[in-house]
Design a protein around this ligand. Structure first.
Ligand code: XMP
Length: 506
């Protein structure tokens, strides 16, 4: 496998994804907290970072068991680090080197640059520049502005590149990563969904033996794939619990329950809507609502789980981005929204935790689901937040508002499906605003609510852009919602990107 050491760059996840797209297995760890290097590690990649190597608190990894002992590739910060601390020099760049550039010199005899074009486009994104490299370092690629765009340390399989091979704008980035992980590190390209399923099922069997396991299903892709995978491994010893928190989409509880039962899973459906509505009554503040929904979920789940005898494990559909969002490299980053579904439960329940998808990205989870013969409709579902409609009803939640929003949301989501737009959108939903506006219907003046439609394109939810849905479609949706949903007389479309906005409104 390949180990990727994370210095906090927003692109680190992408490096992992690219490596796995080459069907090579990799794991990402914080630079100061990685497992013992054993013979399964064939090579290491150092990521970029928001830090400058000249910062007093810049990340300084211990590479003593890695550098010179196995193939190593430094990317951006990684490249500057390998220069600055080994006798070279990094200085602030006069011009911020940012954006597209073309290679001007490429050493094609170097294994890292095999089959890479002489003028290949690369993506730069750094404020510092390497002004001097140590003596035993050899330049292997340059651009017009950046002389040390890539170098190798002589006598070592240590390489470094100033640009980002993982981003799409580096047109031959995948070739370069393939040169590194396959040719230089010698990794086999045998990491496929089928091989993942085979090894994971084997591991789960060994780990869980005859123990009983409980899993909370959400209706989403991750927990569903985790459930099917565990079911393959331990079959009847897995019990799934699906809680209706009264904040799900229209008819979702029954539909999802049916589809799980159809897959042969042992699922208990619990309708706890009233409890959630009661506890949310009058609460307006988004974080307070999240805490209540999170706490109620844990309570309900706990009661149900205790009805099952001898449960030893709690299974979760945690995926890789959940893990990194909750550990950050240098202290906790600002909590913008507390996504409740990752924490809390295991501590309260005193169960051991099993997370079979912990190292996968969303698209990989989908590939695994497909290889498990799961239905495309289930695998292609848009992400939906744990607190559900609770954070799409701005201000306080009432059962009536839930009903109104469910109706509007169903029209929008079904519309997207009918118009063939659903799969082109990463996530979509409707927000019920705490705003009333004047309208006219027939001869009557109305004074009713506004809803905002939201549809975004994204790859991981970290950044997102609004989707340019066709006007005809928006017109149709607006008409249908206003005509069919009592209580709504105005529809607006949200055209904000993230950042600076977020996907949800709360
Ligand atoms: P934001 O609004 O932060 O959303 O741009 C990014 C992604 O996270 C989802 N989201 C949540 N998911 N619990 C969740 O499980 C939450 O409290 C929560 N808040 C936002 C959101 O739907 C989007 O996919």
């Amino acid at each position: 496998k390949i180990l990727i050491l994370d210095f906090g760059s927003q692109y680190t996840q992408l490096i992992g994804r690219r490596v796995r797209e080459l069907n090579v297995y990799c794991e990402i760890y914080p630079y100061n907290h990685y497992p013992t290097i054993d013979e399964s590690v064939k090579g290491v990649i150092l990521s970029g970072s928001p830090f400058s190597v000249r910062d007093a608190d810049a990340p300084k990894p211990d590479l003593s068991l890695i550098k010179g002992k196995m193939p190593l590739l430094g990317v951006c910060y990684g490249a500057q680090y390998l220069s600055h601390y080994f006798g070279g020099e990094v200085a602030p760049s006069n011009s911020r080197e940012y954006g597209r550039a073309n290679l001007g010199f490429v050493d094609n005899s170097n294994p890292l640059f095999k089959n890479i074009g002489q003028h290949s486009q690369v993506w730069m994104s750094h404020g510092d520049t390497i002004v001097r490299i140590p003596e035993n370092y050899k330049v292997i690629a340059s651009t017009a502005d950046v002389e040390y765009a890539a170098y190798q340390i002589e006598g070592e399989e240590t390489f470094a590149i100033q640009f980002h091979p993982e981003v799409y704008h580096t047109t031959e980035g995948t070739q370069l990563l393939q040169n590194f992980v396959v040719d230089i590190c010698g990794c086999k390209q045998d990491w496929t969904p089928a091989s993942f399923i085979e090894t994971t099922v084997k591991e789960l069997k060994a780990k869980l033996g005859n123990d009983r396991v409980v899993l909370g299903l959400s209706g989403g892709v991750d927990s569903s794939v985790a459930a099917v995978l565990l079911h393959r491994a331990i079959s009847k010893n897995l019990t799934c619990i699906f809680v209706d928190n009264g904040l799900l989409r229209k008819d979702e509880f029954q539909q999802v329950l049916d589809s799980y039962q159809h897959m042969g899973l042992n699922v208990i459906g619990v309708d706890a809507s009233q409890k959630f509505w009661d506890d949310l009554a009058g609460v307006r503040e988004p974080e307070a609502k999240r805490k209540i929904i999170g706490r109620d979920f844990i309570e309900v789940f706990d009661v149900e789980a205790h009805k099952i005898k001898d449960v030893k494990w709690l299974a979760q559909g945690t995926i890789y981005p959940d893990v990194i969002e909750s550990v950050s490299v240098n202290g906790p980053s600002a909590t913008i929204k507390s996504h409740h579904n990752v924490g809390g439960l295991p501590e309260k329940m005193n169960l051991k935790v099993v997370e079979p998808l912990k190292l996968l990205f969303k698209d990989e989870v989908r590939r695994v689901g497909k290889a498990l013969d799961m239905k495309p409709e289930l695998l292609g579902r848009h992400p939906f937040p744990g607190p559900g409609l609770g954070i799409r009803i701005l201000s306080d939640v009432t059962p009536e508002k839930v009903r109104v929003l469910q109706e509007a949301d169903a029209i929008f989501i079904n519309g997207l499906k009918e118009w063939g737009l659903y799969d082109k959108v990463w996530q979509a939903g409707v927000m019920l605003l705490p705003v009333q506006s004047v309208g006219v219907m027939g001869d009557e003046r109305t004074y009713e609510n506004v809803v905002a439609l939201r549809a975004v394109a994204s790859t991981d939810g970290m950044t997102a852009d609004w989707v340019h849905l066709p006007y005809e479609f928006l017109a149709k949706m607006s008409n249908e919602i206003i005509n069919k949903v009592r209580g709504i007389n105005r529809v607006v479309y949200d055209i904000s990107s993230k950042p600076p906005a977020t996907i949800e409104w709360e």
